[in-house]
Design a protein around this ligand. Structure first.
Ligand code: NAD
Length: 417
């Protein structure tokens, strides 16, 4: 579905709504609607069978008014420069909403990683990093994991950049393994943040998590962590899915068990017998109280938003609900906690990782989690207040806060020269 919807148009439409509320100057709006830099690269990799394959990748920096740019590296067959630009723009607003000193960026390579060996994946990563090395660095633009990349890939990114510098640069990338300067709590940070804001939203809606049925789309890093933590918090996960499809049981699914048995293998969860097999799209429409889309963009659209049963949607993924779907949810009284708030836990702990690397002084997991929870709760509360002030939905309220902070920084800095 995501291939039919231009997510950059979606991101620009969201920006326009916030710009209108803020009465943003037209020139400033134009600055914020464009990425400051886009680098598209085509690079060769020698495959294990000796053949040379050319891959396309890009790195996009959207805005650096508030600090170095920050954003993940996505390896996926459907990515393109427009989608990467939208993701970079959302990173800008996300960092501003939770008030950490970064701008937004994103990188991507058009590749199906399932077709690569580990050695090929390493070579692709090292060559891609070299191609975009003029843009990235610990003081300029700091990559992190996203779909299709993980801590091992970040280790290769760090090593490649260190080889080029001639000394180790742990602060040049986040989401690294702990032994290479990664932060305790980073792997779980996005899912943990999702559950912190979910609990806040449950309180606002006067719901009871102990009675809530939850569906999670996506069983990767974000989806599986959110599913496990929401179960630990007392909720019942009734449906989950991965790229192959989903499973549903109104009585609940044993999330920890499913994770231990099937995580990391698309289609694995469908081997679980005690549940109904459903397609990804069917899963979104099954009975539940809370939906956590934690896979890819543009999953809930004008085609299916009306059929979603949840009262609360917490966006673990980036851009899972389109603006059309937002309107339908707003009319139905469904609360959508938007991506730029809900999944900010990842970049918050990436920020902690960067700070720890620059200082060479590392924190315990408990300290990381406490600091993360504090920022997520205070950001939720600020967005909730902005909702009341502007009498608007939660996405627009979050955008108003994020866009305003970036606009103010841009005005303060002035336009060079
Ligand atoms: P991941 O690669 O670990 O997992 C992605 C999951 O989505 C996998 O289970 C995959 O099978 C599933 N999936 C892929 N296509 C699907 C489809 N069409 N329908 C259902 N499931 C599908 O990725 P991740 O890191 O968990 O990222 C998930 C989402 O969260 C992405 O939108 C990403 O941008 C966003 N996000 C991730 C982080 C992070 O720290 N990892 C931070 C912020 C936002």
């Amino acid at each position: 579905m995501s291939t039919h919807i231009n997510v950059l148009d979606m991101a620009r439409e969201q920006l326009a709504v916030a710009a209108n509320i803020l009465d943003l100057d037209k020139g400033l709006h134009n600055v914020l609607a464009q990425p400051m830099r886009q680098l598209i690269v085509h690079f060769p990799v020698v495959l294990d069978n000796g053949e040379v394959q050319v891959f396309e990748g890009c790195r996009v920096q959207h805005n650096a008014a508030r600090g170095p740019t920050k954003g993940g590296l996505r390896y996926h067959p459907d990515v393109d420069v427009d989608e990467t630009t939208a993701l970079a723009m959302w990173m800008t607003w996300k960092c501003a909403v939770v008030n950490i000193p970064y701008g937004g960026a994103k990188g991507s390579v058009k590749v199906d990683i399932k077709k690569l060996s580990k050695r090929e994946l390493e070579k692709l990563t090292r060559r891609f990093v070299t191609e975009i090395s003029s843009m990235i660095g610990e003081r300029s633009d700091i990559p992190a994991p996203d779909i299709g990349t993980n801590s091992q890939v970040m280790a290769w990114v760090m090593d490649t950049m260190s080889m080029q510098k001639g000394h180790t640069v742990p602060g040049a990338v986040t989401g690294k393994p702990i032994e290479l300067g990664g932060s305790e709590g980073r792997t779980e940070a996005t899912g943990r943040g999702v559950v912190v804001v979910l609990e806040e939203a449950v309180r606002v809606l006067n719901m009871n998590l102990a009675n809530a049925r939850i569906i999670v789309q996506g069983f990767g890093n974000v989806g599986s962590t959110a599913a496990k933590l929401v179960e630990e918090a007392g909720g019942t996960v009734v449906g989950i899915s991965d790229a192959v499809g989903g499973i549903y049981n109104p009585k609940g699914l044993p999330v920890h068990d499913l994770f231990n048995r099937y995580s990391g293998r698309d289609g694995g969860i469908r081997e679980f017998k005690d549940a109904e097999k459903v397609t990804n799209m069917e899963l979104l429409e099954m009975p539940c109280d809370i939906l956590i889309p934690a896979a890819i963009a543009a999953q809930v659209t004008k085609e299916n938003a009306d059929k979603v049963k949840a009262r609360l949607i917490v966006e673990g993924a980036n851009g899972p609900c389109t603006p059309d779907a937002d309107h339908i949810f707003s009319d139905k009284g469904v609360l959508v906690v938007p991506d730029i708030l809900a999944n900010a836990g990842g970049v918050i702990v990436s920020y902690f990782e960067w700070v720890q690397d620059l200082q060479n002084f590392f924190w315990e997991e408990n300290e990381v989690n406490i600091k993360l929870t504090k920022i997520m709760r205070s950001s939720f509360s600020a967005v909730e207040s902005a909702m009341m002030t502007h009498k608007t939905d939660m996405r627009t309220a979050a955008l108003v806060i994020g866009v305003k902070r970036v606009a103010d920084a841009t005005i303060r800095r002035g336009i060079f020269p």
